[in-house]
Design a protein around this ligand. Structure first.
Ligand code: ASP
Length: 588
């Protein structure tokens, strides 16, 4: 037997027991005639000790140990002279009676401590060593718990976990597909699923009325910050449901996870906010409602002062930032520069500073104190606040104000990662027009149902009508991040056909890509709907972190590379030939 106990297990009650532990040497310290070894495994750290009374061969073996050696240690549990209350095993130590080196280790390229001295790239290359560190170990333990509790809850609600294929038909709509050449079908390719969307809908046609899967998905997108080409979803679908049934069920899942993983109780139903309100009040379809600072529309309050920036604007809006009236001119100039330079994409920033002794603004030339007072009254600003105002095209200006709002929330420490503010955003538009390609795209995906009350507009051929069609779609938003999204689906072959038509697909194209789904809809498809949660992101938020990378055992870097295995890589000519492939990549 390699071990009787783990390194996280022994307490004062075990004093006197003879035990055997196995693990990695974290640290060796010599003090006077004593040597202390911190022995680490997945469960914790236990201190081993030898002194002048220990046998010579034990002393010799200990003298030869290095960091990260794997050892087996037998000894007696003793009470420590000086206790360490920072670790659960801190009251005891093991007086060594036997030690056995199970494997040597090279000196690790960085320190395996909570705060490592290794840079990100180095740690990525030796990911298996990085994973020995506490922060990453804890992240993966949290992920395991989240997955386990997800299964516990969904099983209790009669959901069945069913696997769907990874080698599927390429039907890109949204992101680019990763494709896999088929050796047995020359010149043909599978795609890796961007999500199991069509399969889960087919499972509904098959009668499995409650499906879920914790499933890997693949999207070949340019990797913006903190995206991974492969990521995990909690993917779910239900039959014979309306929107509110879906929301209630998955609100239940979120609450179960909050309770079982974080010990947090959410008694009240989550807020449900229409998309139009999210955009109007927060300038975002994923509002962070941990703090106020809502956007106030001022379009009709500021016109007629010979100030063309307002007079010519489609929309004017402002946010009140509380308690920052001491911001210097320099700080405001710096913020204005940030607004112009960053992705906010605004042309400028107007301010009104509200102080005991009056109002000071960057529009004093056009607005009297009384005029300014009206604005202050409208937005409800108090002494000590600054109002920031932007103007321009409505949708863009709202988003710009929303981005500024988040920035100010960050600067003022209003976005505490330990505070959780979940909500549903509902009533998204069904379609999004793209000027560049001159066509509509599905805002969620092409299987999302239009709201029944908008069906007449859905069948209209006018762009203005189609733009107004609402979808039976919803997002689950947590702390300013979209963690989940889904919809009630189209289950009628004719409506689905119309949807493909609206998206500019010819009949043949729709048939080629989605024929099997439309065919299935002709054989008794039940009304159905569902959603998927981004599991990596959900875990990161629960862990209070911004980055999902720590919650994935072996992630890719931001150019999509596995730094440890050095993938992707070339394949040899024989493999290329078998797959009927020729590379046109430029020679290096
Ligand atoms: N398949 C969708 C997605 O990946 C989620 C859903 O509609 O259920 O975003």
């Amino acid at each position: 037997m390699y071990r009787t106990n783990t390194c996280g297990e022994l307490r004062i009650d075990h004093v006197g027991h003879t035990v055997t532990l196995a693990g990695w040497v974290q640290r060796i310290r010599k003090m006077g005639g004593m040597t202390f070894i911190d022995l680490r495994d997945r469960y914790g750290i236990t201190q081993l000790v030898i002194d002048g009374t220990s046998a010579k061969e034990i002393n010799d073996t200990v003298a030869s140990l290095g960091r990260e050696y794997v050892i087996q240690a037998e000894g007696k549990v003793e009470e420590r002279q000086s206790k360490n209350n920072k670790i659960p095993t801190g009251e005891i130590e093991i007086k060594l009676t036997k030690i056995n080196i199970l494997n040597k280790a090279q000196t690790p390229p960085f320190t395996i401590e909570d705060e490592s001295d290794g840079g990100e790239e180095l740690r990525a290359k030796y990911r298996y060593l990085d994973l020995r560190r506490n922060p990453l170990k804890k992240a993966l333990m949290l992920r395991h718990k989240m997955a386990h509790e997800t299964r516990v809850y969904l099983d209790s609600q009669n959901f069945m976990e069913i696997e769907t294929p990874y080698l599927i038909k390429s039907t890109p709509e949204g992101a680019r597909d990763f494709v896999v050449p088929s050796r047995m079908n020359p010149g043909e390719f599978y795609a890796l699923p961007q999500s199991p969307q069509q399969y889960k809908q087919l499972l509904m046609v098959a009668g499995f009325d409650r499906y879920f899967q914790i499933v890997r998905c693949f999207r070949d997108e340019d990797l913006r910050a903190d995206r991974q080409p492969e990521f995990t979803q909690i993917d779910c679908e239900m039959s014979f449901v309306e929107r509110d049934d879906v929301l209630r069920t998955f609100e239940g899942l979120a609450k179960h996870l909050f309770k079982s993983v974080l010990g947090k109780d959410f008694k009240e139903p989550f807020l449900r906010m229409p998309y139009s309100e999210a955009m109007g009040s927060y300038g975002s379809d994923k509002p962070d409602i941990r703090f106020g600072m809502k956007i106030n529309e001022l379009t009709n309050d500021v016109k007629g002062h010979n100030f063309s920036v307002f007079d010519d604007a489609q929309y004017v809006g402002g946010i009140v930032v509380e308690g920052i009236s001491a911001y210097t001119r320099k700080q405001i100039d710096e913020l204005t520069e940030w607004v112009k330079r960053s992705q906010v994409g605004a042309k400028g920033l107007i301010y009104i500073r509200v102080n005991e002794d009056g109002l000071k603004s960057s529009i004093d030339k056009f607005f009297t104190q009384d005029d300014l007072k009206k604005i202050v009254g409208k937005v409800g600003a108090k002494s000590g606040d600054i109002i920031f105002i932007m103007s321009g095209v409505k949708s863009k200006t709202q988003v710009a104000l929303g981005t500024l709002r988040i920035e100010m929330g960050n600067r003022l420490g209003l976005r505490d990662p330990k505070v959780f503010a979940p909500l549903w955003v509902c009533d998204f538009p069904l379609l999004e027009w793209d000027d560049e390609t001159n066509r509509f795209y599905a805002m969620h995906h092409p299987f999302t149902a239009p709201k029944p009350e908008n069906l007449d507009k859905f069948y209209s051929n006018k762009k203005e009508d189609l733009e107004l069609v609402s979808a039976n779609a919803y997002d689950f938003v947590l702390n300013g991040t979209e963690v989940g999204g889904g919809s009630i689906r189209i289950h009628d072959a004719a409506v689905q056909k119309r949807m493909f038509e609206v998206l500019g697909m010819t009949d043949e194209e729709a048939q080629y890509k989605f024929g099997f789904l439309m065919q299935a809809f002709k054989f008794g498809a039940p009304p159905h709907g569902g959603l998927a949660f981004g599991f990596d992101r959900f875990c990161a938020l629960f862990g209070g972190q911004d980055t999902i990378r720590d919650y994935i055992a072996f992630p890719k870097n931001n150019t999509g590379r596995d730094m440890m295995a050095d993938a992707p890589s070339k394949i040899d000519d024989i493999q290329m030939k078998e797959l009927y492939l020729k590379s046109t990549a430029p020679e290096e």
